[in-house]
Every structure is written in C-alpha cells, then in structure tokens.
Write a protein that binds this ligand. Structure first.
Ligand code: SF4
Ligand code: SF4
Length: 103
C-alpha cells in the first residue's frame, strides 16, 4: 500500500531542494534509499523528486552543510486533511490487519 492511499504522488509537493551555495559535497544525501539524488561533477542534484517519501526529512537532518530544505509541513497537513488522506490510510491499514484501533 502506498501510505498516501492511492492519492497521486505527483500532486503532493514534497521533495528536497538543495542550496548549492551551502552544499559542502559531503555525500550524505546519496544515502537516501529512494534514490532521489544523483551525483554529478558539480555535486548532488535532485533527480527523482517524486520518489521522495512524503513527510521524510532524513537527508536534511544529516546534511553536513545544512543545504537541504523542504516545503512547509503545514501545507502538507492541510492537503491530508482536505483530501481525507488520513482517513483513507487508516482504513487501508485496518483492512490489512496492520492497525487495530477503536473508533
Ligand atoms: S548532504 Fe547536503 S552538503 Fe552533503 S552533498 Fe548532500 S546537499 Fe551537499
Ligand atoms: S527526505 Fe527521505 S526519502 Fe526524501 S530525499 Fe531525503 S532521505 Fe530521501
């Protein structure tokens, strides 16, 4: 299950942006398991932005140049509320038996 419950990933504006002025080419962003970044002769670029896991900020946390930023989480939370994504995710998890909560 995609954890945003079938909502088109391309409609969710969540992916990293690199400030090249701050990047110290430490390479930590290349550790992303989703292969969002690609290394070039000028350092890293965001190559596959929509492979970024929605809500993840791991690369920004580990970036040694503090060069990676993400959109405001508030907008993401508002989208989830508007599109009822939380409700759909909960329903799918419950149906899969991975979540047992009382209503
Ligand atoms: S983790 Fe940050 S500083 Fe390091 S290469 Fe990636 S963008 Fe540059
Ligand atoms: S936020 Fe997470 S999934 Fe997205 S690029 Fe960074 S490490 Fe990869």
């Amino acid at each position: 299950m995609a954890w945003f419950a079938g909502y088109p990933r391309e409609k969710i504006e969540w992916y990293p942006t690199i400030d090249p002025e701050k990047c110290v080419e430490c390479g930590m962003c290349m550790n992303c398991g989703q292969k969002v970044y690609k290394w070039t002769e000028d350092g890293p670029v965001v190559n596959q932005p929509y492979k970024c896991t929605v809500g993840c900020t791991t690369c920004a946390t580990l970036c040694r140049g503090n060069a990676i930023s993400f959109p405001d989480k508030k907008a993401l939370r508002q989208l989830y509320q508007k599109e009822r994504i939380w409700t759909k995710v909960k329903k799918e998890l419950t149906e899969e038996g991975r979540l047992k909560v009382e209503d």
